[in-house]
Design a protein around this ligand. Structure first.
Ligand SMILES: [Zn+2]
Length: 216
């Protein structure tokens, strides 16, 4: 099987997001790139049930190289992110909190320093019909300078150098959306300004914070 380990990763992270309640049924799609090839979830499949053999391998034009199932309908979105940002992985979900906030916000403010990893603020791409090049264009435009975006009346998307990072960012985005929602019940949440975000970046570099230490 081509790209066996990458396909296993895509299936495993799909099951993880389903187990975490971030994808319901078939709503969501994941992919990871190795060179010019992309391992991507199939259309119409329950993410909780995916195994390596269900993951399709495509090239940069979207042609199926190996796999018996047709790739996700959001193919243009995934391939566009690889082309524009040279990302290693893309995760798109209709996670409950991200989707809820996509109905009301024009931008998720940077309400916690952990969100700096997503680019600080999280932009909201305008609504376009699912699976269209117009949706891909709208999302690519707002992702400039960010690793996460909300998609109006649709869901959320993240990318990263590898699939673990992209999945972690999807979980972080959902956490940030829930945090904002809870705080917004009480009053208008305070957001970190540019200087505070830049200070966070400097402190991270100084302490190498965020690099996990291996515990034996
Ligand atoms: Zn979607």
């Amino acid at each position: 099987m081509m790209l066996r380990s990458l396909r296993e990763q895509v299936a495993a992270q799909s099951r993880l997001l389903a187990a975490e309640g971030l994808v319901l049924g078939t709503a969501g799609n994941l992919s990871a790139r190795q060179g010019d090839l992309v391992a991507i979830t199939p259309t119409g499949a329950r993410l909780a049930d995916l195994r390596a053999e269900h993951i399709t391998v495509i090239d940069q034009r979207g042609e199926v190289v190996e796999g018996s199932l047709a790739p996700t309908s959001e193919l243009d979105l995934h391939l566009g992110i690889y082309r524009r940002f040279r990302a290693g992985a893309v995760v798109h979900t209709h996670a409950p909190m991200a989707t809820a906030l996509s109905l009301v916000l024009d931008e998720l403010p940077c309400v916690h320093y952990q969100l700096v990893e997503l680019g600080g603020t999280v932009p909201v791409a305008p609504y376009r019909t699912f699976g269209t090049p117009e949706l891909a264009d709208a999302v690519l435009d707002v992702l400039e300078g960010h690793t996460a975006a909300l998609m109006a009346n649709h869901g959320g998307i993240t990318h990263g150098a590898d699939l673990e990072t992209a999945t972690h960012r999807t979980l972080l985005l959902e956490w940030g959306c829930e945090l904002y929602w809870k705080a917004a019940q009480l009053a208008k949440p305070r957001a970190l300004d540019r200087a505070e975000r830049d200070d966070y970046d400097r402190q991270t570099a100084r302490l190498r914070y965020g690099s996990t230490q291996k515990i034996d």
